[in-house]
Write a protein that binds this ligand. Sequence first.
Ligand SMILES: [Cu+2]
Length: 315
Amino acid sequence: MVECSLRRRGEMLTKGFPRGRTLRPQSLCLYGLLVMSLLIGPLLLRSAAAERAFRLTAARTQVSIGSGLSYPAWTYNGTVPGPLIRVNEGDRVTITLTNHTSDSHGMYSHAAQLNDERFAGPPGAKELTYSFVAQIPGVFDYHCIAEPVLDHIAGGMYGMMIVRPKGGWPSGAAHEVSLVQAELYGLPDNRGVLRPDHAKMVDGEPDFVVFNGQVGRYSLAHPIAIKVGELVRVFFVNVGPNLFSDFHVVGAIFSSVYRSGNPADAVHDVQTFEVGPGDGAVFEFRVHHPGIYMFMDHAMGHAYKGAMGVFRASQ
Ligand SMILES: [Cu+2]
C-alpha cells in the first residue's frame, strides 16, 4: 500500500520536471518520501511532546531524618522529599493523587498554570487528577495545598519537578544532582521522635534545616562524588516553608545560575545565590582541584541546623 501510494505520488511529480529528464521508480519513491517529510515533518515536531502521567499516594509515614531521629511525616509515596518528577518542556503532564488517609491532602505543582482548586480537590475526595502543559522550563517546587498548608509542607509533603528545556540545557551534558532544602519544626522526645511544633512553624524558627530530608545526609562520611573539571549541575528547590536560602559551594564559583531553573533567566560567575521559599534555581560549576567542597545555605544559622553537605572531587 505504501509503495503504491508513493509511486502514484512520484508519477504526479514527474509532470513538473524539465523535459528530457526521467525518474526511475526508486527515485520517485525517494522524492515521494522527501515531499511527505516536508509536509508532515513540522506536524511531527509539533506533536513530539509526550503525555506524561504520574501517580502519587498520600500516606502517614514515620521517616528517618538521620542521627537516630525520626518524625511522623505526611508523605507522597512514603518518602520525604516525594519522588523526583522529570518532564520535558511542552509535555502534557497528568498528576493523580490517591489519598486513603483520614486527612485532606492535595498536590500543587508550581509548573502548572491552573486555578488553585484543581490542586486540592473537593473535601473528602479520595482521588485528585489534573493535567497541564509544562510550558515553562525550570526546576519547580511541588507541595500539598491542604489547610493548614504550612503544617503540610513542614510535615513532609513536598518535592521537585524538573521541566527540561526544549533542546536541552545550554551547557550540555553534566553530572546532575538534585537538592531540596526544607525546614523541620519540633524537638525530639526521649525516643528521638520529633513532635511537630505549629507555633515554631508560624514564627519561622525551625529546629532543623535539611537537604533531601535528612540532617547530615551528605556529611564527610557520605559525600557526593564529583570529578575535577566535569560540569556539575545542581537542581535546587527551597520548599521552605519559611526561610530564604543562600546557596553556596565553598571553593567554587557558579559559571551559570538559572533563576527558577529557566535558561532564559541566566546570570554568570556568581558566588552565592538567594532562593526564596517556594522557588528554585539551577547551579552549574566546575572544581579545579581534588578534595572536599562544602555546599551549604550560607545563612550560617541554617547551615548549623543541618543545611550543609560535601562534594568530594577526585581526578
Ligand atoms: Cu497534605
